[in-house]
Design a binder for this molecule. Structure first.
Ligand code: ATP
Ligand code: MG
Length: 288
């Protein structure tokens, strides 16, 4: 269990990198489909490949924050800075950053204050651009920024979609998987038209997958037909180690690196990197 870091991340320790940052919103308005699990474990797997990763917890449930070992704070405690303070106050992302057990994985925590953010943002200036504006101050120091979204198409998710270059949509291969997806896709189209022409669908990921059942094979075939190339080849199996890891405050890659879940998220990281033409940093330095 990582201890609470008393200090902010020293950003001067992290070398600037020249290539552009890819910002992915992990989004599905349906609850419990594996958004948070994917944000944590894909982020960790990419970081373990040597990439610089920033994970931003945009959900009032703050499960990404808790899953990385930052415990829930009591009301009478001094509150750690969170993405709430960045979106609604003078705080910068750099000031709210927390280190994790993986040196190249940095977290900007969420907090339950975000429940109020949806209401407070309504009357705020540039209310859809708060997150984008904050990220714009970062000067490209990250290979990927992953935004864990709440299970709603609310102003917090809208901020994530406006800031993002792509959507990563976790789905469970179940009969109702496509329910809600047309709403999500039309939201994507509307956000792209109104706020963010760069926004696209990066990929659709099957989570908690069990390929032994006829139903999941059938549903998978339908999804593959619907999404075509946008379906990741990698699927994430239902794996007990994945479910246990957050209670130890760790990504599954650190909690049990040899588990099927850890391997699957590593495969996903490599697939995402290959799609984006990125080679692991270690290999680059070995070649140099
Ligand atoms: N591959 C997996 N194997 C086993 N359990 C999993 C797996 N992926 C997710 N889970 C479990 O399923 C539950 C929901 O996952 P998660 O919290 O990631 O979903 P979510 O989409 O972020 O939910 P919410 O919409 O509430 O934010 C959690 O208890 C998590 O531990
Ligand atoms: Mg979640």
């Amino acid at each position: 269990m990582p201890s609470e870091a008393p200090h902010a991340v020293d950003s001067s320790q992290q070398p600037p990198i020249s290539r552009t940052t890819k910002i992915l919103a992990v989004v599905n308005q349906k609850g419990g489909v594996g958004k948070t699990t994917t944000a944590i474990n894909l982020g960790a797997a990419l970081a373990l490949e040597g990439l610089n990763i920033l994970l931003i917890d945009c959900d009032p449930q703050a499960n990404t924050t808790g899953g990385l070992g930052f415990r829930r704070q009591k009301d009478d405690e001094v509150q750690r800075l969170s993405i709430y303070d960045v979106m609604l106050g003078p705080t910068t992302l750099a000031e709210a950053m927390q280190p994790t057990t993986i040196p190249t994985l940095t977290l900007v925590p969420g907090s339950k204050n975000l429940i109020g953010a949806n209401i407070e943002l309504v009357s705020a200036d540039r209310r859809e651009y708060r997150l984008k504006d904050a990220i714009a101050q970062l000067h490209n120091r990250y290979d990927f920024i992953l935004l864990d979204c709440p299970p709603a198409l609310d102003l917090l998710t809208l901020n994530a979609l406006v800031a993002a270059s792509g959507l990563l949509v976790p789905l469970q291969a179940e009969y109702f998987a496509l329910e809600g997806i047309s709403e999500l896709i039309s939201t994507l189209d509307r956000v792209a038209q109104a706020f963010n022409p760069d926004l696209g669908l990066e990929g659709v990921l099957l989570t908690m997958y069990d390929d032994r059942t006829n139903l999941s094979q059938q549903v998978t075939a339908n999804l593959a037909e619907f999404f075509g190339e946008k379906m990741f080849r990698t699927t994430i199996p239902r794996n007990i180690r994945v479910a246990e890891a957050p209670s130890h405050g760790l990504p599954v890659a650190t909690y049990d690196p040899r588990s099927r879940g850890a391997e699957a998220y590593r495969d996903l990281a490599l697939e995402l990197m290959a799609r984006n033409g990125i080679t692991p940093h270690e290999e680059e330095s070995e070649r140099a």
